[in-house]
Design a protein around this ligand. Sequence first.
Ligand SMILES: [Mg+2]
Length: 237
Amino acid sequence: MSPDQSPNMLSRIQAISFDLDDTLWDCAPAIRNAEKALYEWHKQKTPAITKVHSPESLMEFRKEVRAAYPELTRCVTAIRKQGLKTLLLEYGYPEEWAEEAFAVFYKARSEVVLYEGVIDMLDRLNQTFRLAAITNGNADLQSIGIEKHFERIYAANLTLLEKPAPDMFHQCLADMDIPADALLHIGDNPVTDVHGAAAVGVQTLWFNPYNHDWPEHLEPPNFEVQAIPDVVTLFQQ
Ligand SMILES: [Mg+2]
């Protein structure tokens, strides 16, 4: 814990923003399931593609698409759709099918298992603080069932740059009309979440469930917790 951690800093907090992937749920299993669901869709609808491509070679294909469309990589939805369009066209299928394929992927991608205590934490924090979500991903909070907890939801897109860029933090502060240090950002990533938020003066809490060492070259977070219920405890001190 940082020497900066003090009740005085906590007392300034009016709003809390959350990273989503790997902060409120484990992201990798959802992405794996989504890739599987999408491959099954390809098998049914576009067999010419699955005759040639394994799930692994499709990942390689997407890497090539990312290299060809660097300007789209800042939006995971845009680059995913572009990858699908390019793939469909290459095998003689209508590129409009990319929307249906994306919907299959997106539905499974949003079937996440919340970490223990997330709903309780959001319920409790909501009684005192305004809550926001600030994500570089594209999870659907409505289908996950926690949308109602958040006053504002920001997802990186082609104009709102991904963390650690200041865009989404600035937008959140402006929309909520609060000073930077009245916002506490909670996230698992030392660079995109903690460093990104601290760079604009936002207070930071590092969610560190696997007890990793803090990267020495970065300024430490204001607060650190290992488990979701500890976030609530922090405000009860
Ligand atoms: Mg994360």
